[in-house]
Design a protein around this ligand. Structure first.
Ligand code: FAD
Length: 406
């Protein structure tokens, strides 16, 4: 039979191909990537790759021999342009077509662009793929200053990398706190103080008027009620948009900005799956249909889709988790942020080693750990179980978190 066609070869697509083989899939696997380079880890693009601590060769997901050895036909610099669901074929940009018995959309997301005057200027950077990161890295090396629109993870990681490289950094955030979507206010405050203490000029609650330019190139950000922020380089990091165009073009239902799938990654169309950043799924913790953007989510969804395709037992659904590196701090999050949680502080914020535990109806829902990997590892399990904690023991950093369960 025709085998699997996987559209997109990043964290989700590559894991799916690997898991299919591990689970005994005997048919062809075609892994189609619009990008020209071997599939790579995306997180270092704003961190170790940008600072030069890791090269492009060092961040590949799998070595060059892996694909042939596993019988995975990796088709680089190849774009799927259309899907013919009745014929079970995909059409490539060059007009060739591939037959499939299973089609997996792992098309990911693209950087969102702001609807502001000057948004189309040359020299206005976004950061999503290796080409963006290579371009940004080259320009950053020659720049004295950078202005970053967006105080989310990508903006703050780039800020930290740029400070390390000795650049003058300004972060412009429209909300009145940093990382408002994924962190409680106490942690937004800690991160704000961290960046300010390293010399970053953070502007909260900013109303952006336009991007300034010099001879057609972006040169800064103009905000209301303040001096214009001039910089040699402007980066926009205001979130991402799922790439759903291909799915929508052949009638796959969308929801919450992504491709709607069940717990096995099935879209409801015969043989068609979606996994990773492009997919929207009912979340086991919050009960809401959401698109989650993390390596863990991409990998777990890929494993579950592979199990469904091969008829092997589904891996258990685990808690969501995520990390971010800023300066010398590793920030790790287990669970998704929910409104109306109570906070328990474990440890001392000033030491840079602490966790914030969030409970709802007495149950552990989210844990943000800073410099506390052991807490994070326990938290993944405890959040998935919805553990009930003894608050006094949970506050005491000398007691392992797992021992604070009632
Ligand atoms: P993507 O990585 O977006 O890949 C999709 C691929 O599909 C792309 O290569 C695209 O070119 C290709 N494609 C799309 N359409 C087509 C088509 N029609 N034909 C062929 N190919 C196509 N997550 C964490 O957990 N921790 C972190 O610290 C972290 N840091 C990050 C830092 C940066 C700078 C970025 C950009 C992301 C970061 N993330 C992090 C998020 C994480 O990288 C994503 O969640 C993950 O990459 C999602 O994987 P994916 O395979 O679903 O999609």
């Amino acid at each position: 039979s025709a085998g699997a066609v996987i559209v997109g070869a990043s964290h989700a697509g590559v894991q799916l191909a690997a898991s299919l083989r591990q689970s005994g899939w005997g048919e062809a696997i075609r892994l189609v990537s619009a990008e020209p380079s071997l599939p790579y880890h995306r997180p270092p693009l704003s961190k170790a790759f940008l600072t030069g601590r890791q090269t492009a060769e060092q961040i590949v997901l799998k070595g060059p021999d892996f694909y042939a050895a596993q019988g995975i036909d990796l088709m680089l610099a190849t774009r799927v342009e259309a899907v013919l669901p009745h014929e079970k074929r995909v059409v490539l940009a060059d007009g060739e077509s591939l037959a499939y018995s299973a089609l997996v959309l792992a098309t990911g997301a693209s950087a969102r662009r702001p609807a502001l005057p000057g948004a189309g200027l040359a020299g206005l950077h976004v950061l999503r793929d290796l080409a963006d990161a290579s371009g940004l890295k080259a320009v950053l090396e020659a720049a004295g200053s950078i202005a970053i629109l967006g105080g989310g993870y990508i903006g703050l990681e780039v800020a930290s990398s740029a400070v390390e490289a000795g650049k003058r950094v300004t972060v412009v955030e429209m909300q009145d706190r940093l990382l408002a979507r994924s962190l409680p206010p106490s942690l937004s405050h800690w991160i704000l103080e961290l960046h300010r203490s390293r010399g970053v000029d953070v502007r909260l609650g900013a109303r952006v008027r336009r991007f300034m330019h010099e001879r057609g190139r972006a040169r800064g950000i103009e905000i209301e009620g303040a001096e214009p922020i001039e910089a040699d380089l402007v980066l926009v990091g205001i979130g991402s948009q799922a790439r759903t165009g291909l799915a929508a073009s052949f009638g796959v239902p969308l929801s919450a900005g992504g491709i709607l799938v069940d717990e096995r990654g099935r879209t409801g169309l015969d043989g068609v799956y979606a996994i990773g950043d492009c997919a929207a799924q009912r979340n086991g913790q919050t009960g809401e249909v959401t698109r989650v953007e993390s390596v863990q989510n991409a990998v777990d969804q890929a494993r579950r889709a592979a199990s469904d395709l091969t008829g092997t037992p589904l891996p258990p659904a685990l808690a969501n988790w995520f990390w971010s590196d800023q300066y010398e701090h590793k920030i790790q999050i287990a669970g998704l942020m929910e409104p109306g949680c109570r906070e328990i502080l474990r440890g001392d914020r000033r030491t840079g080693r602490f966790s914030v535990l969030m409970t709802r109806d007495g149950r552990l829902r989210t844990v943000v750990s800073v410099g506390s990997p052991a807490d994070h590892m326990s938290a993944r399990k405890l959040v998935a179980e919805g553990a009930v904690l003894d608050h006094d023991r949970a506050r005491d950093i000398a007691t392992p978190l797992a021992k604070a369960v009632l």
